[in-house]
Design a protein around this ligand. Structure first.
Ligand SMILES: [Zn+2]
Length: 253
């Protein structure tokens, strides 16, 4: 089925949030544009998953080399080290950083193919990404975030179609893989995942791991001042102390 996305949202966006049924998850892939993108609350959900044995992998499409007050040649490796430290805090071992250009990430077939390759390699039950929107809760979203979100949404479908990017199967021995759940964050949610106080603490620590990056942003509040509040705000409509919310699309199963 290629004309439409064979997904179903189990409720209307904006209605009462439903708990995310993640009991069957064994592998989750998170796809973002930059180092630190997972660490603004999403890593609390990651922590909940890894604490019960779910394997979570991160795919970063750029090295974030254009995001600091120092040359890209220095910033890229530094941010990779800090991302690795952030991953360790929340129990993520598989971190892949691709070399697409930071700041000028473009939606396109190369990007979709690269993401589809990782989906077919890691074979996740769920993929988490941004929604690719211009407007987000905190304002106008970054162009790289929009490209990353849209390309990932499309790559989930590409990964499941043997006729799209046929070289992945033919030359790289990566047969199609169907993801069961597509979870979009930073958009109008349908589902929530309650996160424990320990997961909130780990989310704070994971953002704090980007120490040199944050030191380059003097206006940036301390992680402990922003992350618990952001997770509490997501928990409020669900009636729980802290949560991470998603627009959840069930693709199969
Ligand atoms: Zn970013």
């Amino acid at each position: 089925m290629t004309a439409t996305y064979p997904s179903r949202m189990t409720q209307t966006p904006g209605a009462v949030l439903q708990p995310l049924d993640d009991a069957a998850f064994s592998r989750v892939l998170v796809v973002v544009a930059h180092p630190d993108d997972v660490e603004y609350g999403l890593s609390a959900a990651v922590s909940m998953w890894t604490m019960r044995g779910v394997e979570v992998a991160y795919l970063l499409l750029t090295a974030g080399e254009a995001g600091m007050q120092r040359a890209p040649e220095a910033a890229g490796p530094l941010r990779a080290r800090e991302q690795r430290a952030a991953c360790e805090v929340v129990g993520v071992e598989r971190l892949t950083i691709l070399g697409f250009p930071d700041g000028t990430l473009e939606y396109g077939l190369d990007l979709r193919r690269a993401i589809a390759r990782e989906i077919r390699t890691f074979r996740p039950d769920a993929v988490v990404c941004g929604a690719g929107q211009v407007f987000v809760e905190w304002g106008l979203d970054h162009a790289d975030h929009r490209a990353a979100g849209l390309a990932t949404i499309d790559a989930v479908r590409d990964a499941d179609n043997r006729w799209v990017f046929p070289g992945l199967a033919r030359e790289e021995d990566l047969p199609p893989w169907g993801v069961s759940w597509l979870l979009l964050y930073a958009t109008r949610p349908t589902h929530f995942l309650e996160v424990s106080p320990e997961a909130v603490d780990k989310a704070v620590a994971s953002l704090s791991a980007h120490a040199a990056y944050l030191a380059d942003l003097p206006w940036h509040p301390a992680p402990a001042e922003v992350i618990p509040g952001a997770l509490a705000a997501q928990g409020e409509p669900a009636g729980v102390p802290h949560a991470v919310t998603f627009a959840a699309h069930r693709l199969r199963g």
